[in-house]
Design a protein around this ligand. Structure first.
Ligand code: DAS
Length: 339
């Protein structure tokens, strides 16, 4: 067999690529002008665009959706978790790659990390540049994601996200730049590993419970508790907090200033919300650091919950899942300390 054909021959474990959409599947009418066509490419197109990818694993593609990830919602998350769990229960499936828009990839990865019940590899990826862009990053990201999912030591690490030659843990990854290919950082506990041209190196294992060891499950769930994020700022009043409560939020995540702080006027609204049984988590809008319990604000007195390292969008996911089990602020705080 010629060398090129041998390199393309199916090898390795069976990996299912589940495509959900995002820029990796977008094209531009003119690469030099703004504007992208969402859902332009299907999973077969994504696979076809990557030379030698079939030599890394026995690949099957499945189109789950083809949306911009800003439109990812609870219903799709529940359906996605169900599909991933079902595929991973199959004896012949060795692992999965999920392509996803980068805008909310960190939220979906963190959600799946807590509700997928399998130790098999689940690796998410996407692209910052559309498929037709000069220097499109999608093909390299997909190639690396397949290499990570097919790696014999990739299991048991929770959901991983591979972009820009880096492997991130679902718990840690945050999108920190709106345009650059190196938009993703894992600021608190660091990277899970590196993947360069399909060469994979793992740096460590997750230190917190995930997948099979997570107590959270959405099996049979038809909806998720409503949790809103309110953004703290100078001159913050109470209206958006009151509105969230009136609209039926079971939880509120505060994207607080500094170490999860908020104005006295807004705090009065949060205290009223807590008295009505709404769980309130204090996170930070700063993009780094840890919102510790009883730091500048007295959580014992206010009944608030400290988000620890979780940014507002990650805290929202954890609060939604915690609220499926309890509305007791102390038990929810335990979850934020444990996960
Ligand atoms: N198109 C946006 C999204 O779906 C951005 C991207 O994928 O990079 O999230």
């Amino acid at each position: 067999m010629p060398a090129a054909a041998a390199a393309d021959a199916p090898a390795g474990p069976k990996i299912v690529i589940l495509a959900t959409g995002g820029t990796i599947a977008e094209t531009q009418a003119d690469p030099m002008k703004a504007g992208c066509k969402t859902g332009a490419l299907r999973v077969e197109d994504l696979i076809r665009a990557v030379p030698r990818i079939r030599g890394r694993a026995d690949l099957t593609g499945e189109q789950f959706s083809n949306i911009a990830s800003r439109n990812m919602d609870d219903r799709m998350w529940l359906r996605l978790a169900g599909r991933v769990n079902k595929l991973l229960r199959r004896g012949d499936v060795g692992g999965m790659v999920i392509t996803h828009g980068t805008d909310t990839i960190e939220e979906t990865a963190w959600f799946l990390n807590l509700v997928v019940k399998s130790g098999k590899p689940v690796v998410m990826t996407g692209a910052m540049r559309p498929a037709t862009a000069v220097g499109a990053d999608g093909p390299a990201n997909l190639f690396n994601a397949v290499a990570v999912a097919a790696h014999p030591d990739a299991g048991g690490r929770g959901v991983l996200v591979t972009l820009n030659d880096e492997i991130h843990f679902a718990r840690e990854i945050e999108k920190r730049d709106s345009t650059q290919p190196d938009a993703f950082k894992s600021p608190n506990r660091g990277l899970a590993g590196a993947a360069r041209a399909g060469a994979v190196r793992f740096f460590g294992r997750p230190a917190t419970p995930h997948t099979g060891a997570s107590e959270f499950s959405v099996e049979g769930a038809r909806s998720l508790p409503r949790v809103e994020i309110v953004y703290s700022h100078a001159n913050m009043g109470r209206d958006f907090i009151d509105c969230a409560v009136e609209k039926g939020a079971a939880g509120i995540v505060l994207a607080g200033v500094g170490a999860g702080n908020v104005s006295d006027r807004a705090l009065a609204a949060l205290s009223d919300a807590i008295r009505k049984g709404v769980a309130v988590v204090r996170s930070s809008r700063t993009g780094g650091g840890i919102v510790m319990r009883n730091s500048e604000m007295d959580d014992e007195k206010t009944g608030t919950i400290a988000a620890m390292e979780f940014n507002p969008q990650k805290a929202r996911v954890l609060l939604m899942l915690a609220l499926m089990k309890t509305s007791d602020p102390k038990a929810i705080q335990e979850a934020f300390l444990k996960y």
